[in-house]
Design a protein around this ligand. Structure first.
Ligand code: BGC
Length: 378
């Protein structure tokens, strides 16, 4: 009898313990990442445009609109947990519709320049829209940055994301073939923002997709004291309209050597150009998505951004064309060098330069590339 009582007590106690630990688990389990969807505004033809807010479980919150796949805001904590919005842009859709130097946008069908907007493919001459002096830039007059994408949000155990789909029709901006494009943003709980680009075509066409966020890891001011490392021993030499001459020059002993991290401002004047600054295509020494392609440290906040990519190059641009005429978020005036871009991509003008890695996608092939921006603080 006594033993039975003891046994029963033990069973009750054990059950209680299991119950308590289950409750405890439930309580300590972090909230899943969240996604909210609101109206961002309306296109001139009244189509509704959406804004998605993706928040992970590690303190990053990012806003993306299905207009141009634009990242409009990216709140990143420093080591003390203070958040700053580390991307340039506008508060409202009307800002983006009125005038934008590609703030935060997805770029396609061909990121960067194609000389004179012309190229030959399979014996046929193609003529693209000219929107950058004599050249074609970032997909033309109405590139992927200015179209509406179909969006679908998703949530996994360790990430929040948005899948964007766009069908670029045959002949759009002069390009051959219907191109079906899917870009996926995945923000995981390790503060990695992965951008995956997928595309298929029904005719051979050049494809070079990228993301055009202007970063400022301090959240304001200029980016000259940000310390940058780029793992690149060569860069593409360009002529005065920024078309590659075909020469791949060693960075050693030039203002373009970022192999050992240095403040962006240190050799900015020496980089030359009109307007002065970096606007150059660096050829990466890295061999794939697991290798560190670039790293930026903002010394005052301690925020760090690392770039991983499977692409052969990165366009490093210091916002040279920002000239104080744009009033962006919270009325902030954007001056020259207030943001920098690290646009992972192929070489500019590849469709006209046989020696460059090919950017031609053929029917039956799958275009797939990936870039990761990883955020941390020290
Ligand atoms: C280009 C710059 C251009 C800028 C547009 C960059 O990707 O390299 O030359 O002015 O985009 O905002």
């Amino acid at each position: 009898m006594k033993y039975r009582f003891i046994n029963q007590t033990i069973i009750v106690l054990l059950s209680l313990q299991i119950l308590v630990s289950a409750c405890h688990k439930k309580v300590t389990m972090p909230d899943p990442g969240t996604i909210t969807k609101t109206t961002f505004g309306y296109m001139p033809d009244s189509t509704e445009v959406f804004l998605y807010t993706l928040t992970n479980r590690s303190g990053i919150s990012m806003k993306v609109t299905n207009y141009g796949g634009i990242i409009t805001s990216l709140l990143v904590p420093d080591s003390k947990g203070n958040h700053a919005d580390v991307v340039l842009g506008y508060d409202s859709l009307s800002g983006y519709l009125a005038k934008t130097p590609y703030f935060g946008a997805l770029i396609g069908r061909y990121g960067n320049r194609i000389a004179k907007g012309k190229f030959k493919l399979d014996g046929k001459q193609y003529t693209l829209a000219l929107n950058d002096g004599p050249n074609h830039l970032h997909g033309g007059v109405k590139g992927f940055d200015k179209v509406l994408w179909e969006a679908a949000e998703f949530n996994t155990d360790s990430a929040v994301g948005l899948k964007l789909h766009y069908q670029s029709r045959d002949g759009e901006e002069g390009y051959p073939g219907n191109l079906d494009v899917i870009v996926t943003y995945t923000l995981n709980d390790s503060n990695r923002l992965a951008i995956e680009y997928n595309a298929t075509t029904d005719k051979a066409t050049p494809v070079n997709l990228t993301q055009h966020s202007y970063f400022n890891l301090a959240g304001s001011g200029d980016i000259k004291s940000h310390e940058l490392m780029i793992s690149a021993s060569k860069y593409n030499v360009v002529e005065n309209t920024l078309i590659p001459t075909g020469e791949l020059r060693e960075v050693k002993g030039t203002p373009f050597d970022f192999n050992i991290a240095k403040p962006i401002g240190r050799d900015l004047q020496a980089a030359g150009g009109k307007p002065v600054g970096y606007d150059h295509n660096f050829i990466l020494d890295t061999k794939g998505i697991h290798d560190l392609a670039a790293r930026v440290v903002e010394p005052s906040s301690g925020r760090i951004m690392e770039v991983y990519t499977d692409q052969p190059a990165v366009q490093f641009y210091t916002g040279n064309f920002l000239d104080g005429t744009i009033r962006g978020k919270s009325g902030k005036v954007y001056e020259q060098y207030d943001g920098f871009c690290l646009e992972t991509q192929h070489f500019p003008d590849s469709p006209n330069q046989a020696a460059f890695p090919t950017t031609i996608l053929k029917p039956g092939e799958q275009y797939h590339t990936k870039t990761i921006f990883k955020f941390s603080a020290r």
